[in-house]
Design a protein around this ligand. Sequence first.
Ligand code: BTN
Length: 252
Amino acid sequence: MFQDSNTFYYEETDSTNTRAKEYAKEGGEAGSVFLAESQTKGKGRQGRTWVSPKDGNIYFSILLRPDIPTQKAAMLTLVMGYAISLAIEAETGLCAQIKWPNDLVIRGKKVCGILTEMSAKADNIEYVVIGAGINVGMESITQEIQDVATSIKLEGVKKVDKVKLFACILQEFQKQYEVFLADGDLRNISKGYNARLVNVGREVLILDKGNEYKATADGINDMGGLLIEKQDGTLETILSGEVSVRGVYGYV
Ligand code: BTN
């Protein structure tokens, strides 16, 4: 599927998402991968910074050109989150759960974040760049995020073969991506995704454009929306990108 793709490796770069987007604008091939040991301008969601020291972590982006309607692009982030969760478990034995829509957590603390950026004209996707930062070898976490972040090493797996883990992520992503493209939605992914979803059955706080309310999360549907039950018993589906979700007493 990605036969003509290239791999770009950097000891240090500003942001692998930025590298991937530049390559996309030059006409770069779908499936091309951008991998860095450290980033000087790592980007997080909602304009945040993704601190990216050279600490044995994984920072990578993949360039895609899927032939799907733009409103389905958000599902790709869930596909990547699911693939990374499977790969972490296969390579380390750790259970990396998913915090909807696409953070990965181990024992309640974030170990991986994913940032998807898209360019489209009308309803035609020009490219999608999915970038992920995985805390693998980090041995200490800065004080501000100590309560909410962790790394694979800090979770007790001292020796992780980063190359093998990365290869497994790409392999798993390619497999799930093909399933997603064939189906056009998450019908064959949602069951596995929900089995890993940390939010299921939990009370969560929904943050919706300044409006905050509590609900119980019930898992995703085949379009990647999170089904929730509000406190008055009404059922609703919330969409990623429009609202965010966090635990009532903390991050998860
Ligand atoms: C988040 O806020 O949770 C998303 C973090 C995404 C970080 C990754 S690291 C590789 C890629 N390049 C970036 O600049 N950001 C993403």
